[in-house]
Design a protein around this ligand. Sequence first.
Ligand SMILES: [Zn+2]
Length: 207
Amino acid sequence: MNAETLALHQQLVETIHFLHRQGWAPATSSNYSVRLDGASEFWVSASGIDKGSFGMDDLLLVDADGQNLLDHRRPSAETGIHSLLYRLYPDAHCVLHTHSVYNTLLSRAHFPSKVLALEGFEVLKGLDGILTHAARVDLPVFANTQDMTEFCSWVEAHHVHQPHMRGFLIAGHGFYTWGKSIAETKRHMEVFEFLFEVVYKLNCYRV
Ligand SMILES: [Zn+2]
């Protein structure tokens, strides 16, 4: 493994530990990946690993279809979603997924309308290309399923109507976002998780 790949692995593992410390990856849940510049294959988290003790050896190299290229260990059950996102967003080099309390609550609450709109928050400026709090970001909410082929077909169909998705919620499950680097994707995740908590608590004040 060359120095560039090693550095990316180190950075991703540090990010995974950070997300775990926030309480956004309980009970071995959630998954993560990083892709090298110009590569079709990518590195993804192995299935069933406690994210608090996740190590560099728990990252598996998979091809564009999510098949393990190096050994027989099982990549995350949701690797197909990472494959799809790298295909839909050629600029993306990292995909992060969390199972936080607030994203799970909002994913259920907003499933009937199929969208969570985030608008008028200063922290939105932490998202790539957003320069004003007046921006609006619509996050689609998809149904949950264990059938990855079916799930990916929903995301792909939605992408036709909303090609500039910045992330999506899965009802009763969690949240995905991505970016051009690990650092950018981590920043996006912090923006969204911060806003999930704010929006949830704001709604509590309103009732
Ligand atoms: Zn998940």
